[in-house]
Design a protein around this ligand. Structure first.
Ligand SMILES: Cc1cc2nc3c(=O)[nH]c(=O)nc-3n(C[C@H](O)[C@H](O)[C@H](O)COP(=O)(O)OP(=O)(O)OC[C@H]3O[C@@H](n4cnc5c(N)ncnc54)[C@H](O)[C@@H]3O)c2cc1C
Length: 417
């Protein structure tokens, strides 16, 4: 079924009776060419691009819960291409270009809104770093404007510009950055993959990975064994656990990241804004809620809920930056499990086991990467060689120490990235 304005009009006239389910609910087959473990954003986009770009459709996505129940449906929806380091820069630039054509590509409204992102800075040193990053973005072909304090005031008059500890000096404005509706991205990719023949199998947890003579032969699941020539692991916060099924120990720590939403307010915040002196970022959803987040919880955990001390820390940063937020009532908060890599950059690579591939290490920034990650991972699985945009995302950089991409300059401590 194609979606169009005409279709919406027609269904309005006939009591919405003609809509079909968005994807099938197939029984797992005994064997596939390719099994993707994990029905999050990255797993679904991988399946979509395997079918669309490489004509590979004998593919199953195995999801232990429901599609979109993981981080892809739990994030704060920020989409941007403002990375600094070679490797990350071209990858996220490619991702943003895919975002810009995504709704047409999927025939699905993912509510991609390029409302602009303003990264605030609060000292001369931070201004220099922002200028340097902006130049790198422009060199990459993306957009960046360095705003002074008055430039920021024009867009965000409600900030506490004269804050005694953290006065606002200016901001780096990335106009093509913005947000997208997170779960619609999962649904759009799921629908696109399903339409091309991929089997999306929910309530199917992978419990083991079968390996014979150094080659993957399939997986064990809660719905029985499934044979496969190739298997991709794309399970975000569960990466270490699933890789351990193949005897691998990954350089990944899992930490909780929380998100918070206020009651619906009239439009008051047109951009995505990030605070430079603490980890705090905020935007306003189309329903009116202020959506915001901050630091990860500082110890490893697999709980999909956060702790109060982090909530307090985030709200303190919010009050420091924009005191008006104190008038809003917080409605809800939730957590997701981040796959933190030591240098803050991802891994898209083959493993030492023939036919077993790995896509993980997205930290708290993998939503914006969903299109390019799926694109590159599908390329790797289909052609057994990395896509140009992802060739630096190698697993062995953590063993050799060569090619690390420490975007934030915080060293190898997982919970600082
Ligand atoms: C609060 C919060 C805010 C965030 N904000 C942003 C943001 O603003 N911008 C941004 O770019 N990124 C953001 N992120 C990060 C982003 O959401 C993640 O990096 C990204 O979604 C991870 O990839 P995914 O979508 O594939 O993960 P997931 O959706 O978690 O997918 C992994 C899937 O694997 C499944 N799985 C696990 N184990 C198994 C198994 N054994 N068998 C079968 N299935 C299994 C899980 O059930 C899950 O559905 C945020 C994350 C959180 C939690």
């Amino acid at each position: 079924m194609r979606y169009s304005a005409w279709r919406v009009f027609r269904e309005g006239l006939r009591g919405q009776s003609g809509w079909a389910p968005v994807w099938r609910d197939p029984e797992p087959k005994k064997e596939y060419d390719i099994v993707i473990i994990g029905g999050g954003g990255h797993g679904l986009s991988t399946a979509f691009y395997l079918a669309k770009e490489h004509g590979l459709t004998n593919v199953a996505v195995l999801e232990k819960g429901y599609l979109g129940g993981g981080n892809v449906g739990r994030n704060t929806t920020i989409v941007r291409a403002n990375y600094f380091l070679p490797g990350n820069s071209e990858f996220y630039s490619h991702s943003l270009k895919l975002w810009e054509g995504l709704e047409a590509d999927l025939n699905y409204n993912v509510m991609h809104s390029q409302r602009g992102i303003i990264n605030l800075f609060h000292s001369d040193g931070q201004r220099d770093a922002a200028a340097r990053r902006g130049n790198a973005m422009i060199n990459q072909g993306d957009d960046a404007i360095l705003l002074d304090r008055e430039g920021v005031r024009q867009y965000l008059p409600f900030l506490d510009f004269e804050n005694i500890r953290f006065p606002v000096y200016g901001g780096l404005f990335h106009k093509r950055g913005g947000t997208a509706r997170h779960d619609a991205v999962a649904w759009g990719y799921a629908r696109g993959a399903d339409q091309r023949g991929v089997d999306l199998i929910q309530q199917c947890e992978v419990t083991g990975i079968d390996i014979e003579n150094g080659k993957v032969t399939g997986v064990q699941t809660t719905r029985g064994p499934i044979r496969a020539k190739k298997v991709g692991i794309v399970v975000a916060g569960r990466s270490s656990q699933v890789a351990a099924m193949a005897g691998m120990r990954l350089p990944i720590e899992s930490h909780v990241l929380q998100a918070f939403v206020t009651e619906g307010l009239k439009p008051c915040l047109d951009h995505v804004v990030t605070f430079g002196m603490g980890h705090f970022y905020i935007s306003q959803s189309d329903k009116g809620g202020l959506v915001f987040g901050g630091d990860i919880d500082f110890y490893p955990s697999y709980a999909q809920r956060g702790n109060l001390y982090t909530a307090e820390h985030v709200v303190e940063a919010a009050m420091t930056l924009m005191p008006m937020i104190g008038n809003a009532k917080m409605l809800r908060s939730w957590g997701g499990i981040m796959d933190m890599s030591p240098d803050g950059s991802p891994i898209i690579d083959k493993t030492h086991i023939d036919g077993l591939y790995l896509d993980c290490g997205w930290c708290y920034g993998g939503f914006k990467a969903v299109p390019a990650s799926g694109f590159a991972f599908a390329h790797l699985i289909a052609q057994d060689r990395p896509h140009d945009t992802a060739k630096r995302f190698r697993l062995d950089r953590f063993r050799t120490g060569t090619g690390l991409m420490d975007e934030e300059g915080t060293g190898s401590q997982h919970n600082l990235h």
